[in-house]
Design a protein around this ligand. Structure first.
Ligand code: ADP
Ligand code: MG
Length: 330
């Protein structure tokens, strides 16, 4: 990069959205005003070129948009509203300033949808791979944040969207490349991988419901996220294979592939959680009013922290990244 100052001024937003912002980019640190009735929610994620993203499956614009989406999705999984983000980039010589600017355009496109402001960051050089670190700041009404640890036997397990489509799209991108020809169904899957949508509206419905809800976002696949919920709640989860919402764009693939993508693929960024059985209908109604998907996929039982997949009458232990031994229940 030729001139860091010129770059920073290029990516500094010329308008901001949040009234609580006092001072954004341009000083040693940003200043924003806190709120008396909201809790602050903050998280950070790092994406490394070649490990978390590849230039042969995502454009620079998509890398930026997805980098912010991943973080906004974590806010969604807490039931929070996004407000601000900060971006640290380590830039290798193989990236041009234009490509770097595209990353910021991608982030900005998502940020606009939520009135999020870019309020700071850091720019450094690195030898080989680009490293993009995004921090997001959100808020949730006091006492309404949704945690992983509150699931109990008798709860229903739900997801807020189709699962497996991002992994299916990634397989298509590996097969045909970034500029490959995709039919309509394939393009839907490719888009699911390249430009996933964070489930903020879904998280807000759940936070507003005031129910005992455990929640996580699906970044690593249903099996992995369900295991995190089961572990945090010390409960046994049963996922019913036939209940997993598989999008019709995936119907032409074998059932094995569909399940593998849905359970172990990841990056769908839908939400997975639990809710007491008696509140399922009420919550499903709220989702329906907003035309959003809410699908029960299983239930929670007494038992050691674990996840099982029920298919016909068979139970398989689901580990984070694969099936374990078959077992008959008894
Ligand atoms: P300092 O030396 O105080 O860290 P910098 O020159 O690194 O100052 O940054 C100047 C301003 O630009 C700060 O407000 C910082 O948050 C912002 N900034 C620097 N790099 C980035 C970046 N990559 N993305 C967004 N904002 C950035
Ligand atoms: Mg700095």
């Amino acid at each position: 990069m030729e001139d860091e100052f010129a770059f920073i001024s290029k990516i500094t937003p010329d308008q901001t959205h949040q009234s609580s912002l006092v001072y954004g980019i341009g000083d040693d640190a940003a200043v924003y005003r806190g709120s008396s009735n909201m809790d602050e929610v903050v998280c950070v994620d790092t994406m490394v070129e070649g490990i978390h993203f590849r230039r042969d499956t995502l454009t620079p614009f998509q890398i930026g948009k997805k980098g912010l989406t991943i973080n906004v999705s974590d806010l969604a999984a807490m039931g929070a509203i996004p407000f601000y983000y900060l971006v640290s980039v380590a830039v290798p010589p193989s990236w041009t300033e234009e490509e770097l600017t595209e990353i910021y355009k991608g982030m900005d496109e998502l940020a606009k949808q939520y009135n999020m402001d870019l309020i700071g960051g850091d720019t450094v050089s690195i030898d080989e791979s680009l490293v993009l670190t995004v921090t997001v700041i959100g808020r949730v009404e006091q006492g309404k944040a949704l945690y992983r640890s509150v699931a109990k036997a008798g709860d229903q397990v739900f997801v807020t969207g189709y699962v497996g489509k991002s992994a299916a799209g990634l397989d298509l991108l590996f097969e045909k490349g970034l500029n490959g020809e995709f039919n309509e169904k394939e393009q839907f899957l490719v888009n699911a991988h390249q430009v996933p949508i964070p489930h903020i509206a879904e998280g807000r419905i759940l936070a507003d419901s005031n129910k005992r809800i455990s929640l996580n976002d699906v970044s690593d696949g249903v099996a992995s996220e369900a295991n995190e919920l089961a572990k945090a709640s010390d409960a046994k989860f049963v996922i019913e294979a036939v209940e997993l919402p598989i999008h019709e764009s995936m119907r032409s693939y074998s059932r094995d592939k569909q399940l593998k993508w849905a359970l172990f693929g990841g990056e769908d960024f839908v939400l997975i959680g639990t809710v007491p059985k008696e509140h399922v209908n009420e919550i499903a109604d709220e989702f329906q009013k907003k035309d959003l998907l809410f699908k029960v996929i299983g239930f929670v039982e007494e038992g050691p922290a674990s996840v099982y997949l029920k298919e016909s009458d068979q139970f398989k232990r689901l580990e984070k990244h694969g099936y374990n031994h078959f077992q008959k229940r008894g």
